[in-house]
Design a binder for this molecule. Structure first.
Ligand SMILES: C[S@@+](CC[C@H](N)C(=O)[O-])C[C@H]1O[C@@H](n2cnc3c(N)ncnc32)[C@H](O)[C@@H]1O
Length: 242
């Protein structure tokens, strides 16, 4: 597991200017029909592993009672301010033990920090362990091996107190034969007093074939299906076997 990353540590307080809840509205609307679909009782409880700053969760909390967990205490602190009504826990998605099961378990844009098959399998096994029989586990890697392409995004926002952030996110795969690719983040930070800092860091992410994801979900005790969303990402949903 790579890291720790400044983005989720001393820079975490900038998360609402980097990736605010407003940017997750369409994505949440796309995921909700799958989350709400259930073969038995309507789902009420949802555990998110790697919930980060709680930006996606902000859109889900009207529909479910959320428990939000993340490896980074700093990111959990950000999510607490965004989602004060939700339960928050610090923990690794591969090992956290919440002590109860949920109707739904979600791993969204955090699963790519699992860079080996063993890491992914541990995270999926732990997600399945926290899912009640008949409940659902939704996993959304940013890319699978079949869809990974070099990519560049820019973005960022301003705050009312004068702070501002702009970033470049630049992904490529230096070695298509291995299980990882790289994303460079370059940040320009404007502080409230107008001073500017610039910094960057490289994140290593896991990349695996679609068939591996489906096999690992099955091995975790989940009947899995996948679909491709309107942004070209694979959305895997596993139904926990009794
Ligand atoms: C891109 S952010 C998630 C953002 C989140 N979807 C949101 O709406 O704000 C990725 C998160 O994954 C977390 N993470 C990385 N490895 C983890 C692990 N092993 N267990 C739990 N969280 C992890 C990081 O701390 C970071 O907060």
């Amino acid at each position: 597991m790579p890291g720790p990353f400044r983005m989720y540590a001393d820079l975490a307080e900038w998360w609402p200017l980097l990736s605010p809840a407003a940017e997750y509205e369409e994505e949440a609307a796309d995921l909700l029909p799958d989350l709400l679909a259930a073969p038995d009782a309507p789902p009420k409880t949802l555990l998110e592993l790697g919930a980060g700053g709680g930006s996606l969760a902000w859109h889900l909390k009207r529909h479910f009672t959320l428990t939000l967990s993340d490896l980074s205490p700093e990111m959990v602190a950000v999510s607490r301010t965004v989602n004060p009504e939700c339960e928050h826990l610090v923990g690794d998605m591969r090992t956290i033990d919440v002590g109860r099961t949920f109707d739904l378990v979600l791993i969204h844009d955090a699963i790519m920090y699992c860079t080996t098959p063993a890491d992914v399998q541990a995270a999926l096994a732990n997600a399945a362990r926290h899912c009640r029989p008949g409940g659902g586990v939704m996993v959304i890697p940013d890319s699978v091996a079949e869809t990974l392409e070099p990519d560049t995004h820019t973005g960022g926002h301003d705050a009312a107190d004068g702070r501002g952030l702009r970033y470049i996110e630049w992904s490529w795969d230096p070695d298509p034969a291995d299980d990882t690719f790289e994303t460079v983040y370059a940040f320009v930070l404007r502080h409230a007093d107008g001073t500017i800092d610039a910094t960057h860091e490289v994140h290593r992410n896991g990349i695996f074939p679609r068939a591996s994801w489906l096999r690992w979900l099955d091995e975790a005790g989940l009947d899995a299906t996948g679909r491709i969303d309107e942004w070209g990402r694979d959305v895997f949903v596993g139904r926990k076997r009794a």
